[in-house]
Write a protein that binds this ligand. Structure first.
Ligand code: SF4
Length: 254
């Protein structure tokens, strides 16, 4: 089974049709995964199979390596379109996440002012004021909400600590629209959030959060848990169209 553990603290750039040239910033160790979820579909694999031995990169290391890479890209005339916080787990777990966002915005303004700063987060740390405030500073605050059903969350996202989806939704509302909701839809013998029992309540929560955008997607790579299936084009299109009908822009990735 192939999983991806990314270099740290900088990886790429990756060329993507959707994002353009994306430079990755990975605030987790280079030899394993650290996450407050343990999603059964995680492309990095399950937490227990990828315990790191290396420490988290320091704030100083992230800034130094990012600046060096941006200088290199400027010299090559290939500026990034987006600086993306992603990688081996949950970026907001880093104790200096807020300061690192400040450093990144400063370096972005200096070297590639047209580039967007994006953060992909599982939302578990947004109750921390410093994390909330930092996410308000980035261009794309992309937060995971796979379902509002606590049983499904425990089966699929597998939080490693206490997780109260109602409290998470309240914290998402506190971004006052400066938030993009990202949701994984998939099927399988024991896992399926594509039916009305899941989509209906999720849609109500999304409308309550009033995000600037919703991004829905499905499994794209091999997963650590067997038996998971992609949601179909038709299912994703139907869900996307319902979000759009509710007045919220929505994209589907197949
Ligand atoms: S939140 Fe993201 S990094 Fe963490 S386990 Fe889930 S898919 Fe993997």
């Amino acid at each position: 089974m192939s999983t991806i553990i990314y270099p740290s603290p900088i990886f790429g750039p990756v060329h993507s049709r959707r994002l353009g040239i994306s430079l990755g910033i990975n605030l987790l160790p280079a030899d394993g995964k650290v996450c407050t979820f343990n999603c059964i579909y995680c492309e990095c694999g399950l937490n227990e199979d990828h315990r790191p031995s290396l420490p988290l990169p320091t704030r100083e290391q992230v800034a130094e390596r990012l600046e060096a890479k941006l200088r290199e890209m400027v010299a090559e005339g290939q500026l990034p379109d987006v600086l993306t916080f992603a990688g081996n787990g949950e970026p907001t777990c880093h104790p200096h996440f807020a300061e690192i966002i400040g450093d990144t915005i400063r370096l972005r303004d200096q070297y590639c002012p047209q580039a967007k700063v994006s953060v992909l987060s599982n939302s578990t740390m947004i109750h921390r004021q410093a994390v909330h405030d930092a996410l308000m500073q980035v261009d794309n605050n992309i937060l995971k909400l796979d379902t509002v059903d606590p049983i499904y969350i425990n089966k699929v996202d597998c939080p490693t600590g206490a997780y109260d989806v109602k409290a998470i939704i309240e914290r998402m509302k506190a971004f006052n629209g400066h938030v993009i909701i990202q949701t994984m839809f998939m099927r399988g013998l024991n896992y399926d959030n594509t039916g009305e029992a899941y989509v209906g309540p999720w849609l109500e929560a999304v409308k309550d959060i009033k995000p600037q955008q919703v991004m829905i997607y499905t499994i794209d790579r091999e997963t650590p848990t067997q038996g998971l299936l992609k949601a179909t084009h038709e299912q994703l299109d139907r869900i996307r169209d319902r979000v759009i009908a509710g007045g919220i822009p929505c994209t589907a990735s197949y």
